[in-house]
Write a protein that binds this ligand. Sequence first.
Ligand code: ADP
Ligand code: MG
Length: 276
Amino acid sequence: MSTDTEELTPTTVDEFVEPGGSTLQAVGISAWFGNHKVLQRVSLTMSAGGVTALIGPSGCGKSTFLRILNRMHELVPSASLAGEVLLDGRDIYEQGRRITETRRRIGMVFQKPNPFPAMSIADNVTAGLKLTGAKASRSAKLDLVEQCLTKAGLWKEVRDRLRQPGGALSGGQQQRLCIARSLAVRPDVLLMDEPCSALDPTSTRRIEETIAELRAEVTIVIVTHNMQQAARVSQQCAFFLAEDGAPGEIVEAGPTEVMFANPVDPRTEDYVNGRF
Ligand code: ADP
Ligand code: MG
């Protein structure tokens, strides 16, 4: 059992995670799979220290947009795109820019939790360090494991079973383990694609709490079909729509309060009120 005293003990958190986050800016993004255009001139600024929620019906290009934000789109052979993605003002698609560094700085959490099932909980957390080439001592790694699991709201549940396989955890715990794994490489931005869609309400609430806490240090972009969730966790919202087979576009983006209470576009109003 943990005690309050333990919870208050300072850790070496700052050694690994510097506060801040980065501003991510999509400028005029269009995207294709072969000849099929799926996004049309999407521009959106996702500010440091904020949570941006991407909402909109299935198939309007939210996941594609998210994958463009960390250069995963180009993993699909038929995929192409136009436009720029600026991370703190510099295009991540600029020639000569290292893709591994971009992916380290811009982490991703998927709908279906995907920890390495046979790997221990602790090793799952530190798995990404290999990619960064960072050398860490055993004790520094242990500190990192504790720190990242704490941030992901999982530490108390797993502190006595760090050597057990990640696959032995519940779905909600696995998702928090994936969040901890993302945090271990000190990302500036965390992209989350429907991170709670496969989870029960209690796990969902835990993840929302985690998002609220992470906001101070990581810029978060979350795709969600849950309007209450978008309203609870985000400060900014962007509504995507692909009308009648046209490519997906942002119909409206702005402060979450405005999007829900006083949207400009009638299509936004219909969508956030469940009329679609
Ligand atoms: P959302 O996440 O909003 O549901 P997606 O980004 O997954 O939307 O999909 C947008 C469009 O791109 C859809 O028409 C989908 O069929 C198409 N699409 C997504 N991924 C691929 C792919 N790998 N190859 C071809 N088409 C794809
Ligand atoms: Mg999707």
